[in-house]
Ligand binder design. Structure first.
Ligand code: NAI
Length: 252
């Protein structure tokens, strides 16, 4: 694993207790960052943070629902108070949500997905920008998806939210470049995490694998690697970009 030289920096990872977020927390910590793990599941967030602490990393955890903007603002204030400032924020928390065709999608299903996967990323990004621009800058990485570029059946809310995350990232990157804030999006293909494994049967998993050139799902660490790079000064000229980590899914 490459060390991206994040010593002295503080990172926040939302949805950091599981899957891709957990892998990001580990990758950032391994490169030297202090990591604040936020998750709806506060116990799981603390478990993730304490596992990192046993490896000597400085960590913090918080129970945060990213769909609640006041909770996001309060948690960001806490991190700034405890660590002095925040340099890296990964807006990763997300849910799969209702699976239904657009004609059958429910109001509550639509609102639930949009509130976490789009509003939640916006609230996190906004709190990050406010904390960073007064402190000399920072970097934000928003977790989009291949489904921020193309459609997918029976997931209209998820697809809409992820397209929204990509657009929002591009707009904010221009707005806040002068503040020294770099903002990018990462677009994983299907990754082997609880979100995917718990919602799909064997046939569906086999189909999804076949949609990637490598004929397999990705691993959370394979996404975390590009997040750590984007968080580092090695990516100093990168902003407003969308990076697929998708085993070739979009290349066909
Ligand atoms: P996961 O289900 O393993 O982890 C998601 C974490 O987010 C969980 O710990 C959960 O408690 C937390 N969470 C859910 N709602 C929350 C809320 N309102 N506030 C705070 N935390 C909340 O999921 P996975 O697969 O690691 O997904 C992470 C991100 O990556 C999501 O944004 C997802 O849309 C995205 N993604 C995942 C892909 C995959 O194939 N697994 C593919 C493309 C994107």
């Amino acid at each position: 694993m490459i060390n991206y030289g994040l010593g002295g920096k503080t990172a926040v990872v939302t949805g950091g207790a599981s899957g891709i977020g957990l892998a990001c927390a580990h990758a950032l910590a391994r490169s030297g960052a202090a990591v604040s793990v936020w998750d709806l599941n506060g116990d799981a967030a603390e478990e993730a943070a304490s596992a990192l602490r046993t490896h000597g990393h400085r960590t913090h955890s918080a129970a945060v629902d990213v769909g609640d903007s006041a909770a996001v603002d309060a948690a960001m204030d806490t991190v700034v108070r405890e660590f002095g400032r925040v340099h890296i924020v990964v807006g990763n928390a997300g849910i799969g949500g209702e699976q239904a065709s657009s004609g059958d999608y429910s109001d509550s299903g639509w609102r639930a997905v949009i509130n976490v996967n789009l509003n939640g990323v916006f609230y996190t990004q906004r709190a990050a920008i406010r904390a960073m621009r007064t402190a000399g800058g920072g970097t934000i990485i928003n977790m989009a998806s291949i489904l921020g570029q193309v459609g997918f059946m029976n997931a209209s809310a998820y697809v809409a939210a992820k397209h929204g995350v990509v657009g929002m990232t591009q707009a904010a990157a221009w707005e806040h470049a002068a503040d020294g804030v770099r903002i990018n999006a990462v677009g994983p293909g299907f990754i082997r995490t609880p979100l995917v494994e718990q919602s799909l049967d064997d046939d569906a998993l086999a189909f999804l694998k076949s949609q990637h050139a490598f004929q397999r799902l990705g691993e959370p660490q394979e996404v975390a690697e590009i997040v750590a790079w984007l968080a580092s000064d090695a990516a100093s000229f990168v902003t407003g970009a969308y990076y697929p980590v998708d085993g070739g899914y979009l290349a066909r």
